[in-house]
Design a protein around this ligand. Sequence first.
Ligand code: GLP
Length: 272
Amino acid sequence: MRVIITKDYDEMSKWAANYVAQRIVEFAPTPERPFVLGCPTGSSPLGLYKQLIKLNKEGKISFQNVVTFNMDEYVNLPEEHPESYHSFMWTNFFNHIDIKKENVHILNGNAPDLKAECENYEKMIEQAGGIDLFMGGIGPDGHIAFNEPGSSLASKTRVKTLTTNTIQANCRFFDNDVNLVPKQALTVGVGTVMAAREVLLVVNGPAKARALHNVIDNGVNHMWTASALQMHPHGNIVCDEEACVDLKMSTYQYFKDKQTLEGIVEEYLEKF
Ligand code: GLP
């Protein structure tokens, strides 16, 4: 696993966006061979999306031949609800870039048969050739997508019941009323994320420090589902200093020394 420590949220977002942009440019996608990008929601990737929009508007990258698959969606929340992940993605990203509507895939949490919806999603990912780069964030309990603590690390797309913790964390988007937060979601599995050719997680702020410590310092554990990334051949975490406050000093120092030696922070910050 590669851990990139940036000074703050803005630097983290810029680094992550430039990294994703560089992957797309190198891939040189075509209609026959599109780049397949996995997309998260949440406040963490907002800066990353803003930077990608900027690069697109400046003509430095194109999403014409990019196919996306979102991580998750609430069950029984109308698509047009401002807090649905459909709304989030179009408002914060897709409406501002040159992506084709037919290339966007988001789970339908209102499908009549949720199990079939999930199975079909996995099939569509497979038909698209698999995910080239899965971007993601983590919850304060170390969950990835909506794979709550205790989820199988081999799981595929399915219905998940949200933990009280996650419902409480997300109630800020629903008038701070836990009763308004959907209790279930459709989510890609940890196994779906792990099957991507590369994974890039953005982790920022002190609220994620405990999760980051458990995801990096300790072993792979289904109670901190993002820790499965330790088993991925191309797993990247880009975080800010604030998220590192609970890391072991030796872990922190190792990754800092490594990135200074490799110059990887500057390399990507200066890329576009
Ligand atoms: C939700 C999403 C996750 C996201 C997490 C953290 O649970 N399903 O994909 O990583 O929230 O969100 P935030 O970035 O707002 O802290």
